[in-house]
Write a new protein. Structure first.
Length: 261
């Protein structure tokens, strides 16, 4: 009995495993070997788009449109054109996206297209970083999958800066993200005033959040209009780590004693 010897690299399952360990440069080289290899390594090539490194002018837009479904991470998005390119590429499997603070990200049209992009990826996105909104409103509702899909948001890490919202709106946001574990809310302002101008707030308790980044003022003195506002900790009964923004080290002990019941 004779056995035909083949190279281990000709085994598709083995090539798939190798894709987890190669660099981008090596992946490009491997993709040029043959069509079978290209099918394996193309996902590595298009896995991450960093607009601080990849100039839109130098990108092959036709190739981007063809391979948009392979994109998982988008970094340093700064203008409307970049959002439109991703929309046209049919990127629908994003797991992480971060915006870079510029004047362009403050434009209303940027927010509109960005919301469209988030709506398309609201069943896969796990991490978002949003800089100052400049008075514009980020529609967190677009990150909630439609009930007809039978799916919920997978977002586990959210970082935003310089947003202002009511306490009720904050609670509504937490309800949208049942998988949330890490929340970074730099310079966020919460108000207990409702939309109707009456005091009152929904103190929704999110049992999944275990890591919070916020200042002391945000946690205990976020609303000067309320005589006795509940601290932010009331929303997070299972909080384990509080990273103080004005401290070089996160506060990791005695969280239970600080929680306002």
């Amino acid at each position: 009995m004779s056995f035909t010897s083949i190279s281990p690299l000709e085994v598709p399952e083995l090539r798939w495993r190798i894709t987890r360990f190669v660099t981008l440069k090596d992946a490009i080289t491997c993709a040029r070997v043959c069509k079978a290899w290209k099918d394996n390594f193309v996902s590595v090539i298009w896995h991450t788009i960093d607009f601080a490194v990849h100039d839109l002018k130098d990108m092959n837009l036709k190739a981007l449109e063809k391979n948009g479904h392979h994109i998982r991470i988008v970094k340093n998005m700064i203008d409307v054109e970049e959002v439109l390119v991703l929309l046209e590429s049919n990127a629908s499997n994003l797991r992480s996206i971060s915006l870079k603070k510029t004047m362009l990200t403050l434009l209303p049209e940027f927010h509109a297209y960005f919301n469209d992009l988030m709506r398309r990826n609201n069943t896969t996105i796990e991490h978002i970083e949003i800089p100052s909104s400049g008075g514009q409103f980020y529609n967190f509702d677009c990150l909630s999958p439609h009930t007809s899909t039978g799916m919920t948001s997978k977002l586990s890490s959210l970082k935003f800066q310089s947003l202002t919202m009511t306490r009720n709106a904050f609670s509504s946001m937490l309800k949208i993200f049942p998988c949330l574990t890490k929340l970074n809310m730099r310079d966020m302002i919460l108000s207990s005033w409702s939309v109707r101008g009456k005091l009152g707030a929904d103190h929704y308790r999110h049992h999944g959040v275990t890591y919070l980044t916020a200042s002391v003022n945000q946690v205990f003195r976020m609303d000067s209009k309320s005589e006795n506002p509940h601290s932010l900790l009331v929303h997070f009964p299972n909080l384990r780590t509080w990273h103080l923004l004005n401290s070089s080290n996160p506060l990791e002990v005695k969280i239970e004693e600080l929680r306002d019941e």
